[in-house]
Design a protein around this ligand. Structure first.
Ligand code: IMP
Length: 434
């Protein structure tokens, strides 16, 4: 039997509209699993006009019968998770161990991680990465360092936790005082606070890898919900201007605890133009009226930080790279409606360095490249009410067709508005989307 699981991953710099596609697919999946990132993500789902912005809790939480999993690869921030759970419960969404599980092996974002993120960025000033200040990088750094890490399972043992927190806080206080002249943190207050979080989440903490591997062996379908986007991957993105986890489809097995063969079909999420938040190279950026217009129409401000996003034309060279890397079977094209009203639209088809075309894509060498653009006719009409490909203006259809050619993959779905209904099913082969 072929694997029916699906991985939804961003092919750009995040914010591709993953929430909506994950929500659509969660209708036909038993599990929705986050495998990377943490509260730096912001996934928006609109259900019946109600808008939900989720940071840590998988988007399947808005569907009955779905088990949501925060995988071992996630940087788990209990302060955010508990607030998010409370906010969802206030809005009538029931959350408990029957629909939300947290990997015992997920690393915990501790107060010193957020602190270091901010202090380090402030110190870097002009050279800063432009992080979300959620403590993500320092948390993953401690995961790799091992001796200063805290995992979700540690929160369940108050005595062991106090000992650990005292030891780590002492080391952090010494380092932060020397590096940043920072005031010391109160280890016992932190231990009390996090032991209390442990009590609150205890029923949901589980060996999620074992549960998912059992699902892989059976019939239950799993949806892997990516965070960020491939160009922010710690290995394959625009390093060092990246996040600190493996966010491509290659990160699924490690971050969820399943074998590579269980990843299933990969759907690459693509916005009809490009955006990026934070610093780093962005070859198709339009720091001009065009970018401003895209930002206004697309409401391109960070879900997590509220920062205005940098905006630009679609970069098919980067997309092809990311789609190849992720093994994307098809792409879902989001926010096509934002491009209505442009006389012409552009797509970057490749780069040049010193006048010569660059053959092999190298995400770490984008700083000084020049883009080759193809210019296409734009469309004036608003397209939010389109429900079939034929409803789209000819110029919009041609734009979609050209994207398919340039990245060598079918466009499975086209999103033309935030609501669940504002979706055109095009060439998808994923069961549940068609
Ligand atoms: P960090 O993940 O907070 O360390 O931030 C590193 C870089 O990734 C910054 O440029 C952030 O703006 C970016 N980033 C992290 N998470 C997201 C996301 O979910 N969407 C878009 N950009 C993100």
């Amino acid at each position: 039997m072929s694997c029916e699981n699906v991985a939804v991953v961003g092919l750009q710099w995040g914010d591709e509209g993953k929430g909506k596609v994950v929500d659509a697919l969660s209708r036909v999946c038993k599990y929705v699993v986050r495998f990377c990132g943490g509260a730096n993500a912001g996934h928006t789902v609109v259900v019946g006009g109600e808008r939900y912005a989720l940071h840590l809790i998988p988007c399947g939480v808005l569907r009955e019968g779905v088990t949501n999993v925060v995988g071992n690869g996630v940087a788990f921030d209990p302060t955010v998770a508990i607030e998010e759970i409370a906010g969802l419960r206030d809005r009538g969404v029931s959350i408990g161990p029957d629909n939300l599980l947290i990997s015992a092996a997920a690393h915990v974002v501790m107060p010193w991680h957020r602190r270091e993120d901010s202090l380090s960025e402030a110190r870097l000033a002009g050279g800063k990465i432009g992080t979300t200040a959620r403590g993500i990088g320092p948390c993953y750094a401690d995961k790799a360092r091992r001796s200063t890490a805290v995992r979700a399972a540690d929160l369940l043992d108050a005595t062991g936790l106090r000992e650990k927190v005292r030891r780590i806080a002492e080391a952090k206080n010494t380092a932060f005082a020397a590096l940043y002249e920072a005031d010391p943190m109160d280890a016992d207050a932190i231990a009390d606070e996090f032991a209390d979080y442990g009590r609150q989440i205890a029923p949901m903490v589980a060996n999620t890898g074992a549960i998912l591997r059992r699902a892989v062996a059976g019939e239950d379908r799993i949806l892997f919900e990516g965070g960020q986007g491939s160009m922010l991957d710690v290995d394959h993105g625009t390093y060092p201007f990246v996040t600190s986890s493996a966010v491509t489809a290659c990160g699924v097995p490690t971050g969820a605890g399943v074998p590579p063969s269980a990843v299933g079909q990969v759907v690459g999420l693509v916005k009809a133009y490009s955006t990026r938040v934070g610093a780093g190279p962005f070859p198709t950026e339009q720091d001009n009226e065009i970018g401003d217009r895209i930002r206004d129409r697309g409401r391109e401000y960070g879900t997590t930080t509220g920062r205005p996003r940098r905006c630009g034309w679609l970069d098919a060279a980067a997309l092809k790279y990311a789609a190849d890397l992720c093994g994307a079977a098809e792409v879902a094209l989001a926010l096509l409606d934002v491009l209505s009203g442009f006389d012409e639209v552009k797509i970057c088809t490749g780069y040049r360095a010193g006048g010569d075309p660059i053959e092999d894509y190298d995400a770490a060498r984008l700083a000084d490249v020049a883009c080759d653009y193809e210019t296409m006719e734009g469309w004036a009409e608003e397209i939010t009410d389109a429900r079939s490909f034929g409803d789209l203006p000819a110029a919009a259809q041609a734009y979609v067709g050209r994207i398919e050619q340039l990245i060598g993959r079918p466009v499975g779905l086209i999103s033309v508005g935030p609501d669940r209904e504002a979706t055109i099913v095009h060439h998808t082969r994923v069961r549940g989307l068609s």
